[in-house]
Design a protein around this ligand. Structure first.
Ligand SMILES: Nc1ncnc2c1ncn2[C@@H]1O[C@H](COP(=O)(O)OP(=O)(O)OP(=O)(O)O)[C@@H](O)[C@H]1O
Ligand SMILES: [Mg+2]
Length: 269
């Protein structure tokens, strides 16, 4: 990180939601810088503000205080430069796989021939060959998330903002997709060929497996509790259950455990 200009610079960020039952201070004084090619995961108990953080960086929500810069420019709305992918970021059900992937370029006014080229390349990249003409309801959960990933990539965004993108998948598909995501991000390539990623997850093991740093948020209000460096070599696929990874998972879980229990108690009544 040192010496690099951050792709995403979050400074003294606060966000208070005005709800029907009063104000909720979702984030307080968040400071975070994500460098080019850095993969940063955000974990924390339910309701600690992970999705709020991503929404603000995506430009879907405005900060109450502080600021977010992407490539030095203040975020003032969504932009094709910032790709987003959510757990339930529904694909357009009436569009085929190819048309879902090609939607961003179409909206940007990219000509048909180039759109076709982009779509074909991404269909192959995410492993959906032969499924271009299917509709989302004809796909498995894993294939839908492959399609959502390709749709995010279609604008070649400088930063990837992902909110629990794999959470809806069964455990085996999820493991496969974690490694697919790393491959597509560039786990085996030099760091300067990778995009900056901000990745929200409930899965601590997922966070450790994927990321260079894990930001642990505390709740009420959401604050940065700790930042854990994940100093494991890449590519990661063979390190899934290494002792070092397990040690980091235990360290992070120890930071979250008590609050996670509180959060579940509150949600249940
Ligand atoms: N649009 C909104 N309007 C009002 N309050 C909101 C809104 N979005 C989130 N909140 C509140 O802000 C707090 C943080 O919510 P947020 O969804 O960011 O947490 P989270 O960490 O993503 O939770 P989870 O792990 O359950 O996804 C919660 O108290 C939530 O109720
Ligand atoms: Mg959330």
């Amino acid at each position: 990180m040192e010496g690099l200009i951050p792709r995403i610079a979050i400074t003294s960020l606060g966000k208070t939601w005005q709800g029907r039952r009063g104000d909720v201070e979702a984030l307080r004084d968040i400071n975070l810088a994500i460098g080019p090619g850095e993969f940063v995961a955000v974990v924390g108990p339910s309701g600690c503000g992970k999705s709020t953080l991503l929404s603000v960086v995506a430009g879907f929500a405005t900060p109450t205080s502080g600021k977010v810069l992407v490539d030095g420019l203040s975020v003032d709305g969504p932009s094709p430069e910032r790709g987003v992918m959510f757990q339930d970021y529904a694909l357009f059900p009436w569009r085929t796989v190819a048309d879902n992937i090609g939607f961003g370029p179409l909206a940007r006014g990219v000509k048909r021939a180039e759109r076709l080229e982009i779509t074909q390349r991404l269909v192959a990249l995410v492993g959906l060959d032969g499924f271009q003409d299917r509709y989302p309801h004809e796909l498995s959960g894993g294939m839908r998330q492959r399609c959502a990933l390709a749709r995010m990539l279609a604008n070649d965004p400088a930063v990837w903002l992902m909110d629990e993108p794999l959470a809806a998948l069964d455990p085996q598909t999820r493991i496969v997709m974690q490694d697919e995501l790393l491959r597509i991000w560039g786990d085996e390539r030099p760091a300067d060929q990778r995009r900056a990623v901000l990745f929200v997850t409930h899965g601590i093991d997922e966070a450790v497996h994927l990321s260079d740093r894990v930001v642990v948020l505390a709740r009420r209000p959401g604050r940065v509790r700790a930042v854990i460096e994940v100093d494991l070599p890449r590519p990661r696929s063979a390190l899934r259950s290494s002792p070092e990874a397990a040690r980091l998972v235990a360290e992070i879980w120890a930071l979250i455990r008590d609050e996670a229990v509180d959060a579940i108690r509150e949600e249940n009544g």
